[in-house]
Write a protein that binds this ligand. Sequence first.
Ligand SMILES: Nc1ncnc2c1ncn2[C@@H]1O[C@H](COP(=O)(O)OP(=O)(O)O)[C@@H](O)[C@H]1O
Ligand SMILES: [Mg+2]
Length: 357
Amino acid sequence: MVNLNAILDQFVSDCKIAPYGDGHINDTYLTSSRQFILQRINTKIFKDYEQLMNNIDGVTSFLKEKIKAAGGDPERETLTVIKTKDGKNFYKTEDGDVYRLYIYINDSVARSVVTDPVQLYHAGKAFGKFQFMLADYPAESLFEVIPDFHNTRKRFEALKEAIEKDIAGRKHLVEKEIEFALSQEHYIDTVVDGLASGEIPLRVTHNDTKINNVLFDKDTEEGICVIDLDTVMPGSLLYDFGDALRAGATTGAEDETDLSKVWFDIYAFKNFAKGFLEYTNASMTDREAELLPLSAKLLTYECGIRFLTDYLNGDTYFKIHREHHNLDRARNQFKLVEDMANKESEMMSIINQLRRK
Ligand SMILES: Nc1ncnc2c1ncn2[C@@H]1O[C@H](COP(=O)(O)OP(=O)(O)O)[C@@H](O)[C@H]1O
Ligand SMILES: [Mg+2]
């Protein structure tokens, strides 16, 4: 049995431990007598946890200065990394487990699903504010925690390789999905090439902009702060915008098999975009704004081909709970891509309207 109280004592004295939350990546604990969150970092996924913690330390320290300058509460509006008694931002046990400690954000709720579109408006504001406050952070100084995370071209090449090798012998089952995936090639380089040429600015990106990574005020429904900063990396604002809509603006679960229930929810899009642009409109370039609708489609497509690739490779990356689970997920994402393509001009007029305000 791991003695979590002994680990906690490396950071602070006179404190006790209890499990907390329903995160899927890290092990999260709430302390009792004083309010902290102790997390065991998933070092299988995040091998370079030192660099990762330096990213989080750098970004949260920077945010604190911004929040203070704006008259806000720097221990509530961003995560606070508590150092160990010997000044490190993580603690490694003798068994090689790595822990970190954050201040617990009081009177907050985390939501795993959107139950009211207004929650997306508040989530959009929270992620928009995060972007806005970090607009002048030196993004290139951040460590790339997962290299090529949103390099759609590389994801596309991985799919082509999986098709060619057909390791699991499933290619014949997915001819239609393969045909669809390959037919989308014309837009997959838009963001990667834009970043490379400088046409799209390199920014700090969160890279996991799902609603469950925002803490909401339990009374007012407003977003308090953005959490889960493991995948903070240099990237494009379009990644954060697009991925939030992929996950949040759909009428069905990510693995819903009845595709007649899966649609891109333009009202949800409008809500998220409204919140996001409240903070980012001024700092966003025209090119970024013009690509916001495409970003939703692109990030959804990218996720879809990752599921399809994994299905062809015999389900080695994503956890599955039933046979063909990854195929169900891929079909679901592709259905959304098609619907987003049909609604791209509608999305653009919403953005144009929000830009003028
Ligand atoms: N500083 C915090 N204050 C309050 N709750 C938190 C804090 N950090 C994390 N949580 C809770 O723990 C859950 C898991 O944390 P998270 O960092 O998102 O881990 P994972 O990477 O596993 O998703 C969150 O959904 C939230 O409920
Ligand atoms: Mg999380």
